[in-house]
Unconditional design. Structure first.
Length: 111
């Protein structure tokens, strides 16, 4: 039950990060999200979930690059699409950092 509650505490940070536009607030969330994640047990299951999120994020980044190309060819403003792409890349980088933390903890725990 305690693990479930901790996971629920992480969700508001990650959801807020997806929609937050203020650079100062995003920077704060960038610091708080890993701290909240680190309170969860570093388990192989947690690593699997993080790797799945990374794969999903990579797929979204690829789709966003494709969308930007299509919008450019059609003559549309790509500013908002490029902003979303930057946000996706930032989220990806956070997830990769989190994966590294989990792997390091699991490596230290392995005798």
């Amino acid at each position: 039950m305690e693990k479930f509650i901790e996971e629920q505490n992480v969700t508001p940070f990650s959801e807020r990060f997806k929609t937050e536009n203020d650079p100062r607030t995003r920077k704060l969330l960038t610091r708080l999200l890993p701290d909240a994640e680190n309170k969860l047990a570093a388990t192989p299951d947690r690593l699997d979930k993080t790797e799945k999120h990374i794969a999903d994020c990579k797929a979204r980044i690829t789709r966003q690059y494709s969308l930007i190309d299509k919008l450019n060819l059609a003559g549309y403003d790509v500013g908002p699409a490029e902003k979303l792409l930057r946000d996706l890349i930032e989220i990806h980088d956070l997830l990769v950092g989190q994966r590294q933390v989990i792997v390091a903890i699991l490596d230290r725990a392995t005798p």
